[in-house]
Design a protein around this ligand. Structure first.
Ligand code: ADP
Ligand code: MG
Length: 616
């Protein structure tokens, strides 16, 4: 039989390699920025159009390339950065695989202009799908400009796979942040569709962070510094009180390279143990410097995961350094989330005379003789019970939650409730059709057996359908705010809000101004309490970040989900019986009661038959 194995032509091999290096426009951004840094540029400009789908251009003032190098740079495994395998363990550059430009040129239209310091003129090369279209001499400033146009023009499947502009832009901004945060000594600017998104002057780490995430960030940062034989740590962690529900700013850099490491992330979270509630995420910007010989960067084509020789020591050092900083800056003792404000003594009590408690004992009380609710308890007992009862409801109204309001208006003033607390037991038995388990599940009886529903998910479903209805029927109904609500966001988040502005307005939000790191809101959708707006917008932004499944997502739907997520009664909240019943009834009045807005099961049932089987 004839031989059948052939070497793939270069352009095909390059296309295949491109799949590893270039997944989306942001991958191009990363590679080009890193090349500019390796070329020792001090000023770097990033220009994109249509979230990088039509254009990604990086202009630097670095050392440029000679005529031959300019041509060679597009060859696969062509690199100026390493010569032998040993060099892999002495890396001081971002790139070393010599794959990026070859891969990018295989799947886009690329224009390169470059000139070295001492050359009179520079070189321009145009290359499309790995083939050179032209190479000319040009007049161009010192440095390099590379434009990458029409990404994936020759691989429609990949092009169709790209997400909406909002999502792709978000990825690009993420990459830009990662590179810019690691190099505060380089000045960066970033233009999207002709308008400037970032202009970052040189400075120190703190200044760079503040320039990117907004002035408010400054007061949130706690410095972390530690130098040991194996490792130098510097950077910042966010004060616990500024932690977010959505995974916010978490950055690790190792030798100026952004890396992802679940393991080291865990080291930080554990340093925050006891300071953060479990659903909050710490913010951090940590810069580690290690001997390049102790790490292996070569395990991942995009080099965002690296292998450390001694991960355990690193973990321990990192954890203790962060703990130390939090302690040193007195963060730890101030915060006590579990503190019950009802136990605080109001300040003006310090002048009030202390009354010695009087203990009244009903000596005739016989628990076996009289029923619990006979009304013969001593007054002391009664008042005490009522006080406790009262405190159960402290703060509920202020939740601003509609579901709550409905009830607080209707029943359960604590005085009235006296009757029902001490009312006859048989009466209570009759109305009890629901029971709350561990403050998170509602158990209810149904004809065939029993039903257990997850209160958080169920309420999300109810609110979600409500909001959707409101937004589509009474489109844009909003309540005016007395004073404008000012909310600070990072520039990135502001970009997302700008993209969603029209949809937010449809839902009833009214913006008076959107600045670089601040939004001013003067109207809110009906039913949305002011103190929940921050949460809702945070959820919304994080949903967009987390790549909403398809590119044509409906912003209205997303917004309804975010509002539901943020306003629904959470797990851990105790509910009155009426509230429990209302929850069950409202859920089953929904169009799709079975699942939460995020397609998670809202309830399960267990039939008497199934129960019977368990008792065999
Ligand atoms: P790598 O960065 O892994 O070496 P690339 O394909 O990204 O591989 O780049 C190939 C080579 O082209 C680099 O080694 C470098 O010599 C040269 N090069 C790429 N971009 C620039 C730039 N902006 N300025 C100067 N030289 C560059
Ligand atoms: Mg490179």
């Amino acid at each position: 039989m004839a031989d059948i194995i052939q070497l793939l032509p270069d352009h095909v091999a390059n296309q295949i390699a491109a799949g590893e290096v270039v997944q989306r426009p942001s991958s191009v951004v990363k590679e080009l920025l890193e090349n500019a840094i390796d070329a020792e540029a001090t000023v770097i400009k990033l220009i994109i159009k249509d979230a990088g789908k039509t254009l990604v251009q990086v202009i630097d003032n670095g050392k440029g390339m000679s005529t031959t190098d300019a041509r060679l740079s597009f060859e696969r495994h062509a690199t100026s950065k390493i010569r032998t395998a040993d060099d892999l363990f002495q890396l001081h550059t971002k790139g070393f695989r010599g794959e990026a430009l070859a891969s990018i040129a295989a799947i886009a239209h690329v224009e390169l202009k470059t000139k070295q310091q001492d050359d009179e003129v520079g070189n321009a090369i145009i290359i499309e799908g790995s083939s050179i279209v032209s190479q000319d001499v040009v007049v161009t400033p010192k440095g390099t400009s590379i434009s990458v146009k029409n990404l994936f023009f020759n691989i429609p499947a990949r092009r169709n796979f790209l997400k909406s502009n909002a999502v792709e832009l978000r990825h690009i901004i993420d990459e830009f942040h990662r590179v810019a945060l690691a190099h505060p000594n380089i000045s960066f600017s970033f233009f999207n569709n002709g308008s400037e998104v970032f202009n970052l002057p040189t400075g120190n780490y703190r200044q760079r962070i503040v320039n990117i995430f907004g002035n408010k960030t400054n007061e949130k940062l706690v410095p972390v510094e530690e130098t040991t034989e194996v490792l130098k740590i510097s950077g910042f962690v966010g004060k616990p009180e500024f932690s977010k529900k959505t995974r916010g700013e978490q950055y690790f850099f190792v030798n100026d390279r952004f890396i992802k490491s679940g393991y080291l992330n865990h080291a930080i979270s554990s340093a925050f143990d006891g300071l953060l509630k479990s659903d909050l995420h710490p913010t951090y910007f940590l810069y580690l410097t290690v001997n390049p010989q102790t790490i292996d960067i070569n395990i991942h084509p995009t080099k965002t995961e690296i292998k450390f020789d001694d991960e355990h020591t690193l973990y321990a050092l990192l954890r203790s350094a962060v703990k130390h900083s939090l302690g040193q800056f007195n963060i730890a003792p101030v915060l006590d989330f579990e503190r019950d404000p009802n136990l605080d003594t109001p300040y003006n009590y310090n002048k009030i005379e202390v009354n010695n408690p009087v203990i009244e004992v009903d000596r005739s009380f016989n628990p076996f003789k009289e029923t619990y609710n006979s009304g013969k308890q001593t007054t002391a007992f009664k008042t005490q019970t009522l006080n406790n009862w009262d405190s159960l409801y402290v703060g509920l109204e202020s939740k601003g939650n509609d579901f709550r309001k409905e009830f607080s208006e209707v029943h359960f003033e604590s005085e009235e409730s006296t009757e029902s607390i001490f009312g006859s037991e048989s009466q209570v038995e009759q109305v009890q059709t629901t029971y709350q388990l561990h403050n998170k599940y509602i158990v209810s009886t149904i004809k065939s057996g029993m039903l257990i529903l997850d209160q958080y998910r169920a309420h999300q479903r109810i609110l979600y359908e409500d909001f959707l209805k409101c937004m589509t029927i009474k489109e844009g109904m909003s309540q005016q705010l007395l004073f404008p609500l000012e909310l600070h966001f990072s520039t990135t988040d502001i970009e997302i809000i700008k993209q969603l502005k029209v949809d937010l307005e449809h839902a009833g939000f009214v913006f008076s101004n959107i600045y670089n790191d601040l939004v001013e809101i003067i109207g809110l959708p009906i039913n949305i309490p002011e103190n929940e707006v921050r949460n809702i917008l945070d959820y919304l932004i994080s949903d967009v970040e987390n790549e909403v499944p398809d590119s044509n997502f409906s912003a209205t739907d997303l917004l309804a989900k975010s509002m539901a997520k943020s306003l629904a009664i959470k797990r851990g909240q105790s509910l009155k019986r009426e509230e429990q019943e209302h929850l069950v009834n409202s859920l089953f009045a929904c169009k799709e009661p079975n699942v939460s807005p995020n397609n998670k099961v809202t309830f399960i049932t267990m039939s008497v038959d199934e129960l019977d089987k368990k008792f065999i």
